[in-house]
Every structure is written in C-alpha cells, then in structure tokens.
Design a protein around this ligand. Structure first.
Ligand code: F6P
Length: 372
C-alpha cells in the first residue's frame, strides 16, 4: 500500500468538534496508509511562500478530542478574493502550487459555507479535496449536522437558564442575542430547550407591535397583585443576530465586510431592549453572547460527530473520492454518513423550515403535538 500525503485545514469561525474530526482523520488515516499534515490558519497557510505545517500522527492528536476550537488555528481567508493594497486579487494558483510543493495528494477542508465554497471552486479546477461540514449555525446545505452546533446549543441554553434568576428577581425582560447570520436553528432550539418566552429568527421578520402585545399578555401590569399571585414577572427573548424587523434591516456592528462579503452582525438585541423600554412599561436588558457561545470543550455529540466525520473523510481520501463532503443524515447515535458533491454548499443554505417549525404569531416553536 503506497502512502498518501493528506493536508488538513480548518477555516472560518472556530467550532467545537473540529479537533475530534482531526483526530478521527489521523486515526482512521493511519489504518489506511495516509500521512496527515496539519496546515495552519485555514486557506491562509497555503498562501505563504513557505506554508506552515505540522505532521500529525496518533501521538500528536491523541488528546485533541477533548479540545474546543481548532488546534490548527483558523482564518476567514478567501484565496480567490484576497485583499491587498485596497484591491482584490485571485491567488488560487498559489494555493494550487503550494499543494504541489508540499506534495499533498489531497486536502481535507473543515469549514462552513465560505471555506467549503473555496474548496468546491478548487475542486472544479481539479484540486483533490474532501470537505467536513462545520458551523454552529447549522446552515450548510447537504447535511443534517455541522460540527459545533450541539455544543453551542448547550452553551446558549445554559445562559438562558441562568438569565432567569436576575430577570425574575428584578422583573425585567431579558433579551439574549445569539449567533446565526441567516439561519435561526441555534436561536430556535436553544429557545425551546431553555424555554424562552419568545424566539426571533432571521427567516421570519418580526413586528415590534406583536412583541409588545405578547409581552403584555404575559406580564400584564406587573403590580403587587402579580407578585403575590406568583405569576410570571419576567420574560426571556432569544433573538438571532441576523433577525430583523419587518420595516427594518439587519443590525451590523460596523460597515466593514470580511473576505467573503459578510458584515459583522450584532446589536439587534440591544435595539429591541431599548424599544421595549421606551414603548412598554417594562424594564429590559440585553446581552449579546458573542464568541464564547462557540467556546469550551466539545459536547459528547460534537466529539462523536467529529470523530466519525474525520474517519469518513480519511476513507474518502484513501478511496480517491474527491470533490465530496461528508454528510450526515440524522445525528449520533442514529446517524448515517454518506458523501455528497461539494458543490451542494454553493449558492444555498439550510434555514429553519418556518412552515413546519415556527409559529409566526407566537414567535415560538410551532405546536408539534406537545403543549409547551
Ligand atoms: O458562521 C458562524 C458564525 O459564528 C456566525 O454565526 C457569526 O455571524 C459569525 O460566525 C461570526 O464571525 P466571526 O467569528 O468572524 O466574528
């Protein structure tokens, strides 16, 4: 069996589950005659004249399954639209040259829509790539699961849970802004798990008047009688950073864009809290959870999904199944893996199926036969 050299890189936002995936790749790869080379900081590594790399063997990655983030580092580098001196240049050829210089037979690319979009374009040019899906947004087309979602769900649910005591003690509306640029999976399911009162997602623009009405229905006059009757005197609203009002637009931190043309979203929770305070009798507080919601050790599901995604990618590389992404139908332990064409990630994302899951009147999970 002749040995194959396979590079691995992680791009875009870090996510728990990436290190288990690398371990799965190295361990399964070692049984299949693959020598795995870690490439640092996403696509950026393959733009360096001398790419930074680290040979990965079983001893190196033995404990990586327990680590959050990515031990290979990450970046939002887009080789085909690289910004230099105020201009955008296509440096894809340098990536291709470096893959040859490092004598890599294939590259395993772990990423979301953007990083895998680069991989899909390189595959069209004949580069041998295998994709592993990752993003806490869970919005990649072609797979039910993307690494990081479950851990982020756990992290956000914990915060919703902990927000109850301050909100209840002070009698205010707690707005919790979570990640999710175009997809509300994280907001919807953490909101259900944490039993938030209202959940606002990018797939369905909200109306302020409707939110105020729903708050009044729940909180009423907030007088002594309510306190004594022990009825709800607080409310928790979970809102995706990408959610927006019917008559408004997405709220961004500034007007800069990353290499893939995305603005940094953030602030819609604060905007909502201010409107609640100025247009209702209720106090409101907002918190944007930001990057820590992607932090910490991977959950058991992210460890398992990472390990099996990595192992499946090793098999694809060994069998010469290039231009493919590992895809899951179902989530561990009831999970079936397959390979789908990488082009599936281009030009489409997987958003919340509003007709099936979202109650557009109650701003919550649609009643699926259970009384929440
Ligand atoms: O795509 C994953 C994600 O976490 C989005 O939810 C969020 O909008 C974005 O990354 C944040 O980008 P960055 O990590 O570059 O700040």
């Amino acid at each position: 069996m002749s040995e194959k050299r396979v590079g691995v890189l992680t791009g875009g936002g870090d996510a728990p589950g990436l290190n288990p995936a690398i371990k799965g790749l190295v361990y399964r790869g070692s049984e299949l005659g693959l020598r795995v080379i870690g490439l640092f900081d996403g696509w950026r590594s393959l733009l360096n004249p001398l790419p930074d790399f680290l040979p990965l063997d079983r001893d190196t990655v033995q404990r990586w399954d327990r680590d959050g983030g990515t031990n290979l580092g990450s970046s939002r580098t887009n080789p085909s639209k690289f910004s230099a001196d105020g201009k955008q240049v296509d440096r894809s050829n340098e990536v291709i040259e470096n893959i040859a210089r490092l004598k890599l037979d294939a590259v395993v690319v772990c990423g979301g829509e953007d990083t895998l979009g680069v991989a899909a374009r390189l595959a069209e040019q004949g580069v041998r790539v295998v994709g592993i899906p990752k993003t806490i947004d869970k919005d990649l087309a072609g797979t039910d699961y993307t690494l990081g979602f479950d851990t982020a769900l756990r992290n956000v649910t914990e915060v919703i849970e902990r927000s109850r005591t301050p909100a209840g003690s002070h009698g205010w509306v707690q707005v919790i802004e979570v990640m999710g640029r175009h997809a509300g999976h994280l907001a919807l399911w953490s909101g259900v798990a944490g039993q938030a009162h209202l959940i606002l997602i990018p797939e369905h623009p909200f109306r302020y008047e409707r939110i105020f009405r729903l708050l009044r229905d729940r909180l009423g006059d907030m007088d002594l009688a309510r306190w004594l009757s022990r009825r709800s005197r607080y409310s928790v609203i979970v809102i995706s950073e990408g959610a927006y009002a019917e008559d408004g637009q997405m709220v961004t931190i500034d007007d800069r864009q990353d290499a893939f043309g995305h603005a940094r979203l953030g602030g819609v929770g604060e905007v909502l809290a201010r409107r609640i305070m100025s247009e209702t009798p209720y106090e409101a507080r907002a918190v944007a959870l930001g990057h820590p919601q992607r932090g910490g050790a991977p959950s058991p599901v992210d460890r398992i999904m990472g390990l099996i995604f990595g192992a499946r990618a090793a098999e694809a590389a060994a069998n010469g199944d290039f231009g493919k992404m590992v895809s899951a139908r179902g989530i561990a332990p009831a999970c079936e893996l397959s390979l789908v064409d990488l082009s599936v990630v281009q030009g489409q994302i997987n958003t919340v199926d509003v007709a099936r899951y979202y109650d557009t009147e109650r701003y919550h999970l649609k009643d699926l036969g259970m009384n929440l």
